[in-house]
Design a protein around this ligand. Structure first.
Ligand code: SF4
Length: 381
């Protein structure tokens, strides 16, 4: 039976006991400080209490041509627009070389759903990267793109992923999750991948051993009950994956909707910093089977991301030497970070910064005192 009395519910959450839908929904009505304290306590138990991790990576958006046309997207173009583009292999190689020069370990490569590109473009690109940039992990093609490939190439996700893995694919980004409730998705983006297909494709990817990450975007005007339902679907998928083959989501990333230059500008409420922190804390409590929870500095700014380290987050995401999608819709003014800036955020919040790989394993502990000397001005938001 659901526990809805505030004190009893917070005690249950603090003990790390699993909450149901009614209990998770109830958390949104409780004082934020109380919920945050529970979330931070769980973060200290479920992830290394002394360490805050980050990844050195780069987003590469290989094409902005897309036939899905989400109302919240300012990035996509039709192939007739003057600024439509598709990168060639040499342009992508140049970007990866820049990443390798600063010690980066992975690329997050996504694009629009471009009906003009043949399957050979993707397989050739993966092979090109593996040949010329050994050691770089390729996490590419969100479930939305894989769904598009199924339609374009007449193949199932199962068949496609075999071909893409053989060519060099290491993982799938979790983009396209937003709120995995079709009522919300239908309003925000009528042609967007539906919940069932998102989980179907993630499930195939996980069964094949690919890296995946779970995501959430708030601010569409969704209800607390819909947010709780989203978290439970993520948690259920993680339970299934861990029980059947052990390859679940590596982590959870959550950010707030950005609507500048989109058809949702002035129509969707977005989310304040306080709502973001509240949602992060609720996610930490609800997702008892995911130890690695990210703070989002691109959408929230460095200072809110630093505060998020006390609301359940244990990771600062990545440097993102390049980011084009959130920034096209506004973001928070900064869309790339240096390693030193992420180290500073973690160090100044009282944690030991650590560079990680995609699977949240530590690669190295930078010497924060040395790296931060001479004093770096605090990055302004
Ligand atoms: S969010 Fe992705 S799928 Fe939707 S329009 Fe933009 S590029 Fe296309």
């Amino acid at each position: 039976m659901s526990v809805l009395d505030p004190t009893a519910l917070l005690d249950k959450a603090a003990r790390g006991e699993r909450l149901d839908h009614a209990e998770i929904t109830r958390l949104y009505d409780l004082p934020l400080g109380d919920v945050a304290a529970v979330a931070h306590g769980l973060r200290l138990l479920r992830a290394d209490p002394d360490v805050v991790t980050y990844l050195i990576d780069r987003n590469i958006n290989y094409t902005n041509v897309c036939n899905v046309g989400c109302n919240f997207c300012a990035f996509y173009r039709t192939d007739r627009q003057k600024d439509a583009y598709t990168l060639d292999y040499a342009q992508i190689s140049h970007k990866i070389a820049e990443l390798q020069a600063v010690g980066g370990t992975r690329i997050l490569m996504q694009g629009g759903v471009n009906p003009k590109l043949p399957l050979e473009y993707y397989t050739g690109l993966l092979r090109h990267i593996k040949t010329h940039h050994g050691g770089i992990r390729i996490e590419a093609f969100s479930p939305e793109e894989i769904l598009g490939f199924e339609k374009f190439f007449g193949m199932s996700a199962d068949e496609l992923l075999d071909v893409l893995i053989e060519a060099g694919l290491d993982g799938l980004p979790g983009a396209g999750g937003e709120i995995l409730e079709d009522e919300v998705r239908a309003k925000a983006a009528p042609a967007r991948i539906r919940t069932e297909d998102w989980f179907r494709i993630i499930d195939v990817a996980q069964r094949k051993g690919l890296y995946t990450i779970s995501t959430m975007v708030i601010g569409f005007g969704e209800t607390y009950a819909q947010r709780a339902a989203h978290l439970l679907k993520i948690r259920d998928q993680q339970d299934r994956a861990l029980a059947t083959h052990g390859n679940g989501f590596a982590g959870f990333a959550m950010w707030s909707l950005q609507t500048a230059h989109t058809r949702l500008a002035g129509k969707a409420p977005g989310a304040t910093a306080v709502e973001y922190l509240q949602q992060l804390a609720v996610a930490r409590i609800a997702l008892d089977n995911q130890p690695n929870i990210q703070a989002s500095w691109p959408a929230q700014g460095f200072k809110v991301a630093q505060a998020a380290l006390y609301y359940g987050a244990s990771d600062l995401g990545s440097t993102m030497l390049e980011e084009n999608v959130v920034s096209a819709a506004g973001g928070h003014g900064r869309h790339t970070a240096t390693e030193r800036e992420l180290v500073r955020i973690a160090h100044d919040a009282g944690f030991r910064p650590a560079q990680r790989n995609s699977f949240f394993q530590i690669i190295r502990y930078p010497d924060a005192r040395e790296m931060l000397r001479p004093a770096v001005p605090v990055a302004s938001d």
